[in-house]
Design a protein around this ligand. Structure first.
Ligand SMILES: Cc1cc2nc3c(=O)[nH]c(=O)nc-3n(C[C@H](O)[C@H](O)[C@H](O)COP(=O)(O)O)c2cc1C
Length: 196
């Protein structure tokens, strides 16, 4: 008789849309990525949109915005994160930094992956600036990224990439690494609370 295989519960992934600009492209990229992730049975998804979370700009003031509270709850519940970020002036948007800075334990001992977009660099300079920020927050960043260079004309009307094979393969690699770390760190946090 073979032992029954115990299916691990799916990894809860919060996909964070980092831009808030009027006419932003971020939601197009995020929708494409969440469709790829939703094809898997080892993840469940939440979306945290920084545009829907009004954050206090003065630290220590109460965040009484319902969108901010909802974002906080989703970050706390997540086992793993995917940050969808553009590149602004060789870095990432200030609104995203505000969301990151106004949370702490929500990031601890969890993995963070990046889907970036922008001009010639495909947002990679934004990603490299985010890595040390998340290290400071006791998070683990995932090596492989999805990076879209000048993506504005790459999507069709249904929101799919016209020539998406490389990006789809990159998303699979990213999610394979993210779910490995997500499961490993979820088990570790359950066995022993993380003492930061
Ligand atoms: C203020 C600002 C600064 C930008 N700086 C860069 C940059 O340094 N490098 C780059 O490749 N693209 C840069 N871009 C292009 C953005 O990455 C691109 O417009 C992207 O779509 C912005 O994301 P969003 O549409 O979600 O706001 C910049 C755009 C803005 C609005």
């Amino acid at each position: 008789m073979t032992a029954a295989t115990v299916q691990a519960p799916p990894i809860r992934v919060a996909v964070i849309i980092g831009s808030t600009r009027q006419g932003r492209f971020g939601p197009t990229v995020a929708r494409w990525f969440t469709r790829r992730a939703a094809e898997r049975d080892d993840v469940v998804l939440d979306v945290v949109d920084t545009a829907e979370a009004v954050m206090p700009h003065t630290f220590g003031t109460a965040a009484d915005d319902a969108g901010f509270a909802a974002a906080t709850a989703k970050l706390a519940a997540a086992d793993a994160f995917v940050v969808v970020t553009p590149e602004y002036n060789h870095s990432y948007p200030g609104t995203l930094k505000n969301l990151i800075d106004q949370h702490g334990a929500e990031w601890h001992a969890k993995p963070v992956a990046f889907v970036s977009y922008g001009g010639l660099s495909g947002g990679l300079r934004a990603v490299e600036h985010l890595r040390p920020v998340f290290a400071e927050l006791h998070a683990v960043t995932i090596r492989d990224t999805v990076s879209l260079h000048q993506p504005w004309s790459l999507f069709d009307d249904s929101g799919e990439l016209v020539d998406g094979q490389r990006a789809i393969a990159a998303a699979k690699t990213l999610l394979d690494q993210l779910t490995w770390w997500g499961a490993a760190l979820r088990d570790a946090r359950a066995a022993r609370p993380y003492g930061a």
